[in-house]
Design a protein. Sequence first.
Length: 256
Amino acid sequence: MSSISVIMPHYNSGLDLKRAYKSVLNQTLLPAEIIIIDDCSLDKSIIIDILDNHNYTIVNLKVIFLEKNSGPSFARNLGVKSASSAYIAFLDSDDVWVRNKLEIQYKSMLDNDLNFSFHLYSAFPSIIVKDCILKKVTLFDLAKRQIICTPTVMVKKNILKDFNTDMRFCEDFLCWVMSNNNNNFYYIDSYLANGFKKQYGESGLSSNMREMHLGVLKAFKLLYYENYINLWSFILFSAMEHVKYPIRILRSKSFF
């Protein structure tokens, strides 16, 4: 039995949610609880169906219905506050986990006395993974390339900071850095989660990338103001982001 709470925000994607929910129940190590936060979806029929047919007595299921749409950050924060386990794992409704993701990551957290860890994420379905290597990256590495995807994170609840509800982009990166509060980040070098969407939407591509760019800059600024990074790191990280942004735009245009 684990001490893991799985936080699943949801908005208007019932069929995707059902697929994600099943990927949790198919785990070789089951969590103690699943918490679904419905962000005022128009159609709640699939969530109600999940709730009515949940027959896993060792996995507690909580469903929270929000009365108004408040965004994924608010939903995740509420889910974390409702959690009763020592460890938190996140799964978006349009993602799934490899069958032994929780077993591998939970064991790695316990064996290495980690407060925070993540693993790799793929846009394509993965097979079950057996051999996993724990590696380390620095905050500088993550500033160069932000590789932490929300469905890959496992973190101790008692160190987890709130997601910034005023930010629509890069609020997850800000949360991870503030929560870990360490220059070193440990990750499992295997693809234990995957999704069914492209990194950037086919419509509104440039505007989304610009919003992401501004979100990254805001995250660096807040990390500096809150004394998580020093002035020189803030200047360096911001400069790197200003260089990377036009390169991302050019690459996206050549890709499409």
